[in-house]
Design a binder for this molecule. Structure first.
Ligand code: GLC
Ligand code: CA
Length: 558
């Protein structure tokens, strides 16, 4: 089927369902809650909503451990609620994108239970079981820490690249693949707008599963080399596309870490496996060695590093396809925590950050709460945390001799639970999240940072996001700002990230200043029309200079 590329002109929004809106008062966000907030999303101008997993799951990893792909986790509601959400979203012109987790399932999935019970059954072949006399079959390290193998007795082990409750699926098995494709088609038949495809670059493993040179004191080795974008993966991905996505009018967004730019075409080129993907090169600037507490300051790198990585991604992607652009998701602390020192985190600088990613070439994904300018929350102790990877990092810090007080500091900075706190709808009880006590503590700032108050305030981050959405979708600029070209400018300035979008006979300039001081910037650009700024009195370039206030963002036609 020749697909339309209308999606490139659209705006997407990501929902973490457990923390978005609770309709039945049990303290947990649910599908009915999402349905009840569709008008909010429509008003913001959202076209696609990606919902993190709502399938049946023991919730070991926030639902990324699926025990039944065909049913809804009762915590989130029922299949009828899902159908209702699809129908109500459709009425508002919103398409729903579900999360598709195919690298692993839950150890509570029926396949795995059968496989455990009978090593000779068909389902045992759906996983990576190996026998080994002397400990784990190899020295690969799981992404969440520790060995990637779990012992189930009698020298029998299974592989899990993520938590031990997430056994990896064996894609080499054709029967398994057919079952997965059948399931994908079943969901698409319901009229989904598409899928965000989880951890997909991991489905092919180095076939001999050999141990490698350890890269840490634990004697283990990170599993990226032998399991990320491993040669041969393309056969699976092509087959999946042909058997499923190609037959529907849907979009596919791959979580595709580790794809080098020279292979981008295979993923999202003309005949790529997917429509678009998330590139992680510019959203993960810091590397923290073996644990968070060994990384000192998240923003202790020059702005030019962010700029170089971001533009490399933009330019390489533009050569062959169309990316998905974002700063936040459910796996990260809040963007202002990553890109700005604490003392400079404010609605002003958050609008600047928003401007920076929003007008890049790609379909923008706003993560829930980002449009309110939410910052990291406060975790007083590890009991405030739910996330499995956070708990692992906390344990690693204690093991390194840190006190609980010291260990919780790194948690506060890096935990992905920062982005998973209940959405603050109002300054009322439980921040308007629902009647019952929320499953996770609400952000302490909810009285000032919440959707209701921000909707009323013309100068809020929310009102600014509405203006950004309206501009990107405006008849006048939609072509330029979506599929138009991108060119970095002003790269000689350390604290500025700026670019020009051009196409459809128009040029739009976007300048973002990370400087806490005003700057006078030399430029030959001629400003034709001011389109947007986080300052009321922003001025266009004059006589070869543009005056920028601290943390200014300005968008103008040139
Ligand atoms: C992806 C998800 C993340 C999850 C992991 C394992 O990276 O975004 O939340 O923990 O896959 O499924
Ligand atoms: Ca609920």
């Amino acid at each position: 089927m020749k697909k339309s590329d209308a999606w490139k002109r659209k705006i997407a929004y990501q929902i973490y369902p457990r923390s978005f809106a609770d309709a039945n008062g049990d303290g947990i966000g649910d599908l009915k809650g999402i349905t009840s907030k569709l008008d909010y999303l429509a008003e913001l101008g959202i076209d696609y909503v990606w919902i993190c997993p709502v399938y049946a799951s023991p919730m070991d990893d926030g639902g990324y451990d699926i025990s039944d792909y065909y049913s809804i986790n009762p915590m989130f509601g029922t299949m009828e609620d899902m159908d209702e959400l699809l129908a109500e979203a459709g009425k508002r012109g919103i398409k729903i994108i579900m999360d598709l987790v195919l690298n692993h399932c839950s150890d509570e999935h029926e396949w795995f239970k059968k496989a455990l019970a009978d090593p000779n059954c068909e389902e045992a072949e759906y996983f990576y079981f190996r026998n080994s006399e002397n400990g784990a079959p190899n020295n690969w390290r799981s992404m969440f820490g520790g060995s990637a193998w779990e012992h189930v007795g009698n020298g029998r082990y299974y592989m899990h690249l993520f938590s031990k409750k997430q056994p990896d699926l064996n894609w080499e098995n054709p029967k398994l693949r057919e079952k997965l494709y059948e399931m994908i088609r079943w969901w698409l038949d319901k009229g989904l707008g598409g899928f965000r495809i989880d951890a997909i670059t991991h489905i092919k493993k180095e076939p001999t599963l050999s141990s490698l040179e350890p890269d840490g004191d634990d004697g283990l080795v990170g599993c990226f080399g032998p399991t990320r974008n491993y040669p041969g993966i393309g056969d699976f991905l092509t087959e999946m596309r042909e058997q499923t996505f190609d037959r529907y009018d849907c979009i596919t967004v791959a979580e595709a870490a580790g794809v080098p730019y020279d292979q981008l075409g295979e993923y999202i080129g003309e005949n790529g496996y997917f429509d678009t993907l998330f590139d992680f090169t510019y959203s993960e600037l810091y590397s923290y060695g073996h644990a968070w507490h060994t990384c000192k300051k998240a923003w202790e790198w020059p702005i030019s590093l962010l700029r170089d990585k971001m533009f490399a991604s933009q330019i390489e992607t533009a050569k062959i396809g169309f990316g998905a652009v974002y700063f936040e998701n459910h796996d990260y602390p809040r963007a202002s925590e990553k890109f700005l020192p604490k003392e400079y985190q404010s609605p002003l600088s958050q609008k600047m950050l928003g401007t920076l990613f929003f007008f890049l070439r790609g379909i923008p994904f706003i993560y829930q709460g980002e449009e309110l300018g939410m910052t990291n929350t406060v975790f007083e102790s590890i009991d405030d945390v739910d996330d499995i990877s956070t708990k692992n990092h906390y344990r690693l810090a204690l093991a390194d001799g840190l006190s609980p007080e010291a260990a919780i500091k790194a948690v506060n900075r890096y935990s992905r639970d920062n982005g998973r706190v209940p959405f603050p709808w109002s300054s009322g009880k439980n921040g308007g999240f629902g009647e019952g006590t929320p499953w996770m503590k609400i952000h302490p700032d909810y009285r000032s940072v919440n959707a209701e108050d921000e909707a009323r305030n013309e100068n809020s981050v929310l009102s600014y996001y509405k203006k950004m959405v309206a501009l990107r979708k405006s008849d006048e600029f939609v072509e330029t700002l979506s599929v138009g070209d991108i060119e970095p400018i002003l790269t000689e300035y350390d604290d500025i990230i700026a670019y020009i979008r051009s196409g459809n006979g128009k040029k739009v300039c976007v300048i973002c200043s990370f400087s806490p001081y005003p700057l006078n910037v030399k430029t030959e650009l001629i400003g034709k029309k001011l389109l947007l700024s986080n300052y009321e009195n922003a001025s266009l370039p004059e006589n070869g200079t543009i005056k920028l206030s601290e943390f200014e963002a300005i968008v103008f036609e040139c």
